[in-house]
Design a binder for this molecule. Sequence first.
Ligand SMILES: [Zn+2]
Length: 105
Amino acid sequence: MPLYEFQCNKCGHIFEQIQGLDDPAPPCPECGEKSHKLIAQVSFKLNSNETLNRIEKRYQHYIKGRKYKDAVRFLKKASEFVKHDRIKRLQEKVETSLLKNKTTS
Ligand SMILES: [Zn+2]
């Protein structure tokens, strides 16, 4: 499955999402408003370093915003297409953060 780039209709935030051709545009991770597809398809090689870096960048963005559940969801989706230890490690890390976050709030 390909990686697409989207832009928020409201705040203009640009983000990437792995999804099928006919899936609706995802809501903006910043403000939750609707987005539109920016470019048809980002060239996408599974398991390439570039892909992993994109996924990690996206993950870190969620973590910075303390959106652990979004990070979990994103990694789950990513791991369906990219079978790699780096993704698995990120998943373990975020699940730990999620647990910690639950106990402190
Ligand atoms: Zn937005």
